[in-house]
Design a binder for this molecule. Structure first.
Ligand code: ZN
Length: 478
């Protein structure tokens, strides 16, 4: 069966047909490195990552390009506020971004081009557009794209030009308010590069057009990004690249949905921006991935209070089952690489998993199958059937490589999780155990006042007790 993805261009699911047999060329818009990446960025990073992992798992080669925008208006403003140069700000934020991406467990892209390292390519594209009469310079040294000369403008966002708001730049020298800047003439204090139109810097849309075609050729197979980039960013990329080269930029345009927080969008002004670093300080990066997989990548995802905590608890339970299976087998399951993980003869479970992922990366359905198999592992272990448990465990290791979750050695993962919890309470594991023992002793004596006092004292220190049939357990108050 073919891998099918929803193409924003057509609004329909379409089969992925790599132009080069067996090899997929993929571009995904990255970040502008002016401030820390947040969980909204995490969603696009994980969506792209699971697509790449899945293509590799199906035995395809992948060239994956994710760019870094290291010069733009926001960066110039932020650098000035902090008394840094734009390159200094970029270096600092790129280092932080790399840490964030590692914590999310994302595979590194094949190429991660920075805009400022590719200025000549961008100038060449603008020159081509000017030569074709599709772009024009204005007196301040900026160059604009003549939107009305590209009749297909609006085909990605399904809008008519006359219904659109004007382009971002307010400039009396523009021929049409919809025209957008390819190149921005120098302003005092801004970083600039020499160009045929005088010193200036590239527009954001231009960067992706120039770098995607450079690393992947044109047309390439898949162009992705967050749905907030459909207009104007991707619409403008299409206009520049397709007008310049006279051929499509990419065959499939794939977009992930945004996060919502209850009824709100995440935004700095609402004060509900959760950084990837903050989220992964408190919870494993895999918990974020698990949370994302519960909703189809194209749909909005509710990141309301408690959802990440809940995902972390589910993740822990899954790891506990795998740890049990490994213990019964007497060894940890061998790690599996993503490449080729779903090739060869597939068990019925893996075939079903593959069918779900083939259908527009339906990770929510695939994840449901994983939960079913983990329950089967538990049942097999309860019944002493180690052979079945081991077979299921081996399948789950292959799936883990595709989703990038449950990929750590369970015993080690759980130990690290517990150590992290203990560290956050500021109490030692032994200290908590001693307090629980003392409380149990008080309860045995029916000294409930003392027992409650111990419970309250622990609660005040961030440790919640829970009495279960198999004894008292604790968890950190999140
Ligand atoms: Zn882009």
């Amino acid at each position: 069966m073919a891998i099918v993805l929803t193409n924003t261009l057509s609004g329909r699911k379409e089969a992925l047909r790599p132009r080069q047999a067996g090899h997929v060329r993929l571009y995904w818009c990255g970040v502008t490195v002016y401030s820390r990446a947040h969980v909204g960025h995490a969603r696009f990073l994980v969506t792209a990552d699971v697509l790449v992992r899945y293509l590799l798992a199906r035995g395809l080669g992948v060239t994956f390009v994710r760019n870094i925008t290291d010069v733009d208006d926001k960066m110039i403003r932020r650098a000035a506020q902090e008394g840094l140069t734009v390159p200094e700000l970029a270096e600092r934020e790129i280092a932080a971004f790399n840490r964030d991406v590692r914590r999310l467990g994302c595979l590194p892209p094949t190429h991660e081009p920075r805009a400022t390292a590719h200025i000549p390519l961008m100038i060449a594209l603008v020159e081509r557009l000017v030569a074709k009469g599709l772009a024009y310079p204005v007196p301040d040294g900026s160059v604009y794209f003549r939107v009305r000369r590209f009749p297909a403008y609006g085909k990605l966002s399904h809008r008519r030009l006359d219904d659109m708001e004007a382009g971002e730049e307010i400039d009396a020298a523009k021929e049409d308010p919809h025209d957008f800047a390819l190149w921005k003439g120098a302003k005092p204090g801004e970083p600039t590069w020499p160009s045929p139109w005088g010193p200036g810097r590239p527009g954001w849309h231009l960067e992706c057009s120039a770098m995607s075609a450079h690393y992947l050729g044109q047309p390439f197979d898949i162009h992705g990004g967050g749905s907030d980039l459909v207009f104007p960013h991707h619409e403008n990329e299409i206009a520049q690249s397709e007008a310049g080269a006279g051929m499509p930029l990419a065959d499939l345009w794939v977009h992930n949905g945004m996060l919502t927080f209850g009824a709100d969008k995440m935004s700095k002004s609402l004060g509900n921006v959760l950084g990837i670093a903050e989220a992964t300080n408190r919870f494993p990066g895999e918990a974020l991935r698990l949370l994302f997989f519960g909703t189809h990548y194209r749909a909005p995802l509710d990141f309301g209070p408690g959802r990440l905590e809940e995902a972390a608890r589910v993740l822990e339970r899954l790891y506990e089952s795998l740890a049990r299976a490994d213990e019964a087998a007497g060894r940890a399951a061998a790690p599996v690489a993503p490449a080729g993980a779903l090739t060869g003869t597939l068990s019925p479970f893996l075939a079903e998993f593959t069918a779900a992922m083939d259908d527009d990366l339906n990770a929510a359905k695939a994840l449901g199958l994983v939960h079913d198999r983990v329950r089967e592992v538990n049942r097999a272990l309860d019944g002493g059937d180690r052979t079945t448990a081991a077979a299921l465990r081996a399948d789950l290791a292959r799936v883990a490589a595709v989703l990038g979750i449950l990929a750590e050695e369970p015993a080690r993962f759980l130990a690290a999780l517990r150590a992290g919890r203990t560290a956050r309470t500021g109490l030692g594991e032994a200290e908590i155990a001693a307090a629980i023992a003392e409380r149990n002793e008080a309860r045995r004596r029916k000294d409930f006042r003392r027992a409650d006092a111990i419970r309250e004292d622990l609660r005040a220190r961030g440790v919640l007790l829970e009495d279960t049939p198999s004894g008292t357990v604790w968890k950190p108050a999140e």
